[in-house]
Design a protein around this ligand. Sequence first.
Ligand SMILES: Nc1ncnc2c1ncn2[C@@H]1O[C@H](COP(=O)(O)OP(=O)(O)O)[C@@H](O)[C@H]1O
Ligand SMILES: O=C(CO)[C@@H](O)[C@@H](O)COP(=O)(O)O
Length: 545
Amino acid sequence: MSSTYTIGIDFGTDSVRAVVVNTANGSTAGAAVSYYKRWKEGKYCDASISQFRQHPKDYLESLEEAVKGALAGLSTEERLQVKGISIDTTGSTVVAVNEEGIPLSLLPEFEENPHAMFILWKDHTANKEAEEVNAAAAKSAIDYTKYVGGIYSSEWFWAKILKTYRTDAGVRAAAYSWMEHCDWISAVLTGETKPLEIKRSRCAAGHKAMWNEEFDGLPSEEFLTSIDPLLGGLRERLFQDTATSDQVMGTISAEWAETLGLATGVVIGVGAFDCHMGAVGAEISPYAFVRVMGTSTCDILIAPNEEMKDTLVKGICGQVDGSVVPGYLGMEAGQSAYGDYYAWFQKLIVGPVRSLLGEEAAAQLEDKILPYLSEEAFKLPVSENDVVATDWINGRRTPDANHTLKAGFIGMNLSTDAVKMFKAIVEATSFGSKAIVDRFISQGVPIKEVIAIGGVAKKSPFVMQNLSDVLNVPIKVATSDQACALGAAMFAAVAAGIHPDVKTAQEKMGSGFDKEYYPRPEYVEVYQKLYSKYQKLGNFIETNA
Ligand SMILES: Nc1ncnc2c1ncn2[C@@H]1O[C@H](COP(=O)(O)OP(=O)(O)O)[C@@H](O)[C@H]1O
Ligand SMILES: O=C(CO)[C@@H](O)[C@@H](O)COP(=O)(O)O
């Protein structure tokens, strides 16, 4: 019998990655990456006001490029054995669409309007609106925030919609409905994008839009208009039900089948967020804590629903039945900047070089600077008098979302150089991780093991060793370079009926682990002291800055 294949597609912050996977044994038949062109040029973004927008054309062009690249090495016969495609994306990354489900920025009149584009997860322009959602929730008879950690975040659906409605009356008038990136792009491949026709991801709806079966779907019209009457009428143009990612969104449209060189009849699965599919790719099992370590971190944990019945974990990004593995409660937490904090420091150093010495010198430095800083920082001794920083350079996602918080440093003197600053930044990201782990444990959710995936987990032994020292637990790193896309390929195999459930797909297609970091006992005590300084600095910033 010939092999069958599925394609997993992972839309990250900067690029999309596609992998073609053999469904029998998980081997990779092809893989490719495509970077978003407009995003790379810095278009439609303004970091000074935390505005980060992505054009749907970037997604469409990169989708085609990455999938074609991943399929390039397959024969025609092998291509015809591709049976399913599933997609994960970042989120909450939302866009206003018309009645046909076309993002407004794909229409000529809104083509260059950032408010008509996808509002990326890390866009924090809606801080005020998030506060208003929280104020309305505090007054409401039903606490709609109870399954999203008790605090609504500016990274999420309703806050972003309200901010857009207040900012741009033209977009407001033209917006029939709104979609998450993972729903829209999956729908695009089927050729049916009408907002009321398509299936909506349980993962996206539950973690970001306060959808829950207990509320009969989305928050009530009364609640939404109590935040602002501008939200009136939208609820009925969104969705009532949601679907888990083992389900089928549809089959590939004739147009996309031809463009990609695939057979008609390829199943398109229901989409989800990157970290949720990544956790499946990393072979998550109950109470394993999977950290997706890239631009940001997303931490995912699953538990049997019956064991978590009365537990509400405060200050995380939600707990949703079936958001990761159908039949289990999926919990999410994370940090808004992880690799992005390192990237910020890289830019800080490379920026003046670019201005003074030109692009060539800057590009050389850019390639070398993070590995150099990591190598040198690894050699430094650790003392309780070292520089301490917070990890809130893009606000705090968890525990207890607050995107108005900023990063801060203490303990510098004239001997503080770039390497020492970098060490403090890496330690800050580890301390932020510890705060999350401690929160889960203190709220009654045990963690049986820690697994890491994502660019940072694969590229930086320094960061990973530091994290293990600070958390004082071993950390396993998954073998796959593309665990999120692999997880998507596993979901595609379930949606296409090749494997009966996620667990079987994990057993057949999982790639295992290739590295494990162990805490070094001699660092545990000093990191406890530095962590306590981190907490004090954090308290100071939170109450004074
Ligand atoms: N050598 C390195 N050490 C630490 N971080 C790195 C290194 N190289 C790249 N990174 C970080 O990895 C992040 C990208 O992670 P990746 O998982 O590839 O992408 P995404 O978050 O878009 O899914 C960037 O924020 C970058 O700063
Ligand atoms: O926040 C979520 C999901 O809830 C992520 O999509 C977001 O952190 C982006 O992930 P990356 O850092 O680009 O891997």
